[in-house]
Design a protein around this ligand. Structure first.
Ligand SMILES: [Zn+2]
Length: 95
């Protein structure tokens, strides 16, 4: 399964997900946070290093993805306990 970083609101917010296509990745995240949001405000880019791997804090860090939270000010990587995986694919469920 392909891994994607889905961005919303000009990169202020993003999330990781597995999906077969870019459109499915955006739709999944949109539906997970708020189905009323405009699909066109989402965009997804590939993160091949997470293909077929559970989306965990360590796997994400190893793939070069720097997870941030609202306290990070774009600098500090968020602590492991604030890492959230919204992906419900088979691979992520197995972890
Ligand atoms: Zn997944």
């Amino acid at each position: 399964m392909k891994a994607w970083i889905v961005y919303y609101y000009d990169n202020e917010w993003c999330n990781l997900v597995h999906a077969e296509t870019k459109g499915k990745a955006c739709a999944y995240i949109r539906d997970a946070i708020d189905v009323g949001l405009d699909f066109l405000d989402f965009r997804a880019i590939r993160i091949p290093e997470l293909d077929n791997k559970p989306i965990t804090y360590n796997n994400a860090a190893e793939s070069g993805f720097f997870y941030r939270d609202e306290f990070s000010n774009g600098k500090r990587v968020a602590p492991e306990e604030s890492f959230i995986n919204d992906c419900r694919c088979k691979i992520c469920k197995q972890k």
